[in-house]
Design a protein around this ligand. Structure first.
Ligand SMILES: C[S@@+](CC[C@H](N)C(=O)[O-])C[C@H]1O[C@@H](n2cnc3c(N)ncnc32)[C@H](O)[C@@H]1O
Length: 308
């Protein structure tokens, strides 16, 4: 008898059936176990996707654009670029990284508690807040031209105090109920809050005693009465963020020449922003004339100048 017929004979089949049944049962068990493992893996994936969705939703509520116009979620490219720019301006990479992180947390904290928002992109705000103390202004007098909700000044007070300084803030803004910009339609702010002095006071109070003590002058920075009211001192820091037209910026830069302290820092906001070409144009023209200012560099969309 050949080996093949030995295996296929009916006697052999009868004899081998229990073994074949056993093998079938094992295969069946394995197939069921694999199907169960597949189902468990799919369920785990579904739960992970649900968790990620919930986390994303929570993060969006905390950091997303609704209520402030722009998202505060950070991307690695712009963050690395900002760190290099601030490090270049400050001459200290570790301090730059520390200040940007600190400024970011402060920005989120202020916008969570305050009325309104800080204007502009996250990197630009963190760049300004982080860099100013590192440039070691010659005194603690700060002038902000154009404040919107006063929240940036509140942040700057906190950043300066973290650096051991005792900031005294002066603010000039028309408080027109909405943000005023020549050539731009008046429309409600994305935060829904009115641009008024009450909001500014509330936000400054978040910065403690120095915020409460801030001097607020309602008016346009080019008005002689406004200028006369706040030109009583030499400022260590001037933030130019009011009228964004070329002529408006030129006016503010000319005024800043007169009231900035020797060694003082002038920050020109939205510099290089394609939405506001007049800002770069005004600075370029200003720097070709007789000026006390030296251009130090930029961080995100802010130019930094030092007065002689
Ligand atoms: C871009 S917002 C300021 C944002 C604020 N510095 C911040 O960081 O959140 C410009 C502000 O300047 C005000 N403004 C417009 N023209 C001005 C002028 N000629 N003098 C002073 N403020 C002016 C606007 O009404 C607005 O409140």
């Amino acid at each position: 008898m050949n080996p093949r017929s030995l295996l296929t004979s009916s006697a052999s089949r009868r004899l081998l059936r229990p073994i074949a049944d056993l093998i079938d049962q094992r295969i069946d068990r394995r197939l069921r176990a694999a199907a169960a493992a597949d189902a468990a893996a799919r369920e785990e994936q579904r739960e992970t996707a649900e968790t990620v969705k919930r986390q994303q939703l929570t993060l969006d509520l905390l950091l997303g654009s609704p209520g402030r116009g722009l998202s505060r979620i950070v991307s690695p490219g712009p963050l690395n670029r900002l760190q290099s720019e601030v490090a270049e301006l400050a001459g200290d990479r570790d301090a730059a990284l520390r200040n940007i992180a600190t400024a970011y947390r402060l920005l989120i904290g202020l916008e969570s508690l305050g009325v309104g928002r800080i204007a502009g992109g996250t990197m630009n705000i963190c760049g300004k807040l982080g860099t100013i103390p590192l440039l070691d202004p010659p005194n603690d007098e700060i002038l902000e031209i154009g404040t919107l909700y006063g929240m940036f000044s509140a942040g700057l007070i906190r950043m300066m105090e973290r650096d051991g300084r005792s900031p005294r803030v002066t603010i000039v803004d028309p408080f027109a109920g909405v943000q005023l910009q020549p050539g731009t339609p008046r429309r409600p702010d994305p935060s829904g809050a009115p641009v008024d002095e009450l909001a500014v006071r509330t936000n400054l109070a978040l910065a403690g005693p120095a915020g409460v003590a801030a001097r607020i002058r309602r008016g346009f920075s080019e008005d002689p009465e406004t200028r006369a009211a706040v030109s009583d001192r030499r400022y260590g820091v001037i933030v130019v963020d009011g009228d964004h037209s070329a002529e408006g910026v030129a006016e503010d830069l000319r005024w800043a020449e007169e009231i900035v302290a020797p060694g003082g820092i002038v920050v020109l906001d939205d510099f290089g922003d394609p939405k506001w070409p007049g800002i770069e144009q005004a600075l370029d023209e200003h720097l070709t004339g007789d000026t006390r200012f030296t251009y130090l560099g930029k961080a995100s969309l802010s130019a930094f100048l030092r007065a002689a």
